[in-house]
Design a binder for this molecule. Structure first.
Ligand code: TYD
Length: 197
């Protein structure tokens, strides 16, 4: 199973993934936790470049896709072939939302690049953590360049995710985060997994 986690900034993906991983360990379900951009030696170096430099939108897109191709072939695919579950913090839907809807690059081109970078493998399940962008941004400590871009940028990102959800209803599960504790969000995700299986 390839399970991805998406959302706007500060929605609590990392906490959920950590909590889910603990639960999967207790259930003795072999899995890895990884992230994009990053998750392999080369991809982590590309991550550093992307997050610490301003660059042309197209450069940014190609770097995300290069990091993805590397991460997919070095980390994700070997784990899946080993029979492990892969929990991935952000994946192809983030590129559509950030580089497509927020940066304004061509959606069709991004969809093609996403398919190329992942050898056409799509996630089996994608959790979208739903939190108003204002609330997420106010949680951000040490903001990265996308968080610094502000509320109107994040609103475009959110629109992008809603577009992906509409186009991929079978794959997406929406988890409400507002007014819920991390434990409640994790319980909701575990319920989804039980039903899915
Ligand atoms: P990170 O600090 O990990 O943010 P978060 O905890 O919100 O995931 O930085 C990753 C940033 O990269 C995040 O702001 C979203 C952005 N991103 C893209 O713009 N395009 C992509 O394809 C991916 C995977 C991430």
């Amino acid at each position: 199973m390839l399970i991805t986690f998406e959302g706007t900034e500060g929605c609590g993906k990392s906490t959920l993934i950590r909590n889910l991983s603990r639960n999967l360990e207790a259930l003795r379900i072999p899995h890895i936790v990884t992230r994009e951009p990053g998750g392999s030696i080369v991809a982590e170096q590309i991550r550093y470049l992307i997050l610490h430099h301003e660059m042309a939108p197209l450069t940014e897109l190609f770097l995300y896709e290069a990091a993805r191709a590397e991460h997919f072939h070095k980390t994700v695919l070997p784990a899946l072939e080993d029979g492990k579950w892969v929990l991935c913090d952000r994946f192809t839907d983030s590129t559509l939302a950030y580089q497509g809807f927020a940066r304004g690059l061509d959606i069709g081109m991004i969809e093609k690049l996403n398919l190329m970078a992942t050898g056409r493998r799509k996630p089996d399940l994608t959790f979208f953590l739903d939190l108003p962008v204002e609330e997420g941004l106010s949680r951000a400590q040490d903001p990265n360049k996308f968080e610094k871009a502000g509320i109107s940028f994040q609103k475009k990102v959110r629109k992008g995710f809603l577009h992906s959800i509409r186009k991929n209803r079978n794959r997406f599960r929406i988890l409400k985060v507002k007014n819920r504790s991390p434990d409640q969000v994790c319980e909701a995700a575990l319920r989804v997994l039980r039903n899915f299986l």
